[in-house]
Design a protein around this ligand. Structure first.
Ligand code: SAH
Length: 303
């Protein structure tokens, strides 16, 4: 196995799960001036750190504006489907204005793929987070979604998605469904999206949200994503949104040998990790270092 490491950009670390260590680089590697710190706490006092008792689990709160899930056509779920979720599914001119502003200010300068930019303008990020954070939905930083997890920083979602170079019809696997937001962005780009989540409650909430927003074709399973999702391999692309401390060989094995792409943060728990773009050509694997990031750790199934 040949390893080729190409340093594209290295930047300082400041932020939490699913956050680019800021300031994030432009695609050409030049630093972006930081006009809004990624580590800024959203109003209400939250930080990127795992939520405390003050942050109730989203799945057990009564519906604020959510409603019963639409049945998914896929196989019986391997996780509980909540009867209601604390999410706001209404979109509005004001939400669209904020979304456009986020894209104009933080995404368009870092991503050139017009399809990715269009997806970021389309997917209502505010519907993927507990309603208490609605006011911060279109700020460029991660936000708590319960169970110690977060929805990733939007500009980083866009950058990672662009690295996957998805064409319509590509089969993509996401490790770490979380809120379901990244999966929805992927679903805007290709019809074959698979996503696995280790926390059953989060998988259930994401299922409800994705169904409700019209992303019922996204396949979700509750499993330890360290081992990928073998039944549907090979994948044209795999995106990992939690950080292991090494490259899981199973994920490389499930990549299409003919140019499969894997985007993955690798590094120590609780510290800065490096985001890698791994490409496979037969038995050869090339690794490009993209930028420094902070993600929650890839946890492992016990036993
Ligand atoms: N992509 C998500 C962000 C997820 S945060 C979004 O768009 O909102 C990382 C997620 O990875 C968490 O939900 C966490 O529970 C999940 N995770 C951690 N270890 C995992 C594992 N081994 N397999 C699957 N999911 C895992």
């Amino acid at each position: 196995m040949k390893l080729v490491a190409v340093v594209i950009a290295l930047v300082l670390a400041t932020a939490g799960c699913g956050a680019a260590a800021s300031p994030s680089p432009r695609p050409d590697g030049s630093p972006v001036p930081m006009t809004s710190p990624t580590a800024t706490a959203p109003s209400g006092g939250a930080t990127d750190a795992p939520p405390t008792d003050a942050m109730p689990a989203a799945s057990v709160t009564p519906a604020a504006t959510g409603s019963a899930p639409i049945a998914s056509p896929s196989e019986p779920p391997s996780f509980p489907i909540p009867a209601s979720v604390d999410r706001d599914f209404a979109d509005s001119d004001e939400m669209r204005r904020q979304r456009d502003q986020l894209v104009d200010s933080y995404v368009a300068s870092r991503v050139t793929d017009e399809r990715v930019i269009a997806a970021m303008r389309t997917v209502p990020r505010h519907s993927f987070m507990p309603t208490r954070w609605l006011g911060d939905a279109y700020a460029d930083h991660p936000l708590p979604i319960g169970y110690g997890q977060t929805i990733s920083q939007p500009s980083l979602v866009a950058m990672m998605t662009e690295l996957l170079q998805l064409d319509e019809g590509d089969r993509v696997l996401e490790i770490g469904t979380g809120s379901g937001y990244q999966a929805a962005i992927l679903a805007e780009l290709t019809s074959e999206v698979y996503s696995v989540e280790i926390i059953p409650e989060l998988a259930g909430i994401a299922r409800v949200v994705l169904d409700r927003l019209g992303y019922g074709d996204v396949r979700i399973d509750r499993r330890d994503g360290y081992f990928g999702w073998k039944e549907h391999a090979p994948y044209d692309a795999i995106i990992v949104t939690a950080a292991p401390d090494h490259l899981p060989p199973t994920l490389v094995a499930q990549l299409d040998p003919d140019g499969g792409r894997l985007v993955i943060p690798i590094g120590p728990v609780g510290d800065v990790q490096v985001l890698w773009l791994v490409t496979r050509d037969g038995n050869e694997v090339a690794m490009e270092q993209v930028l420094d990031v902070r993600f929650v750790p890839l946890t492992r199934e016990e036993g």
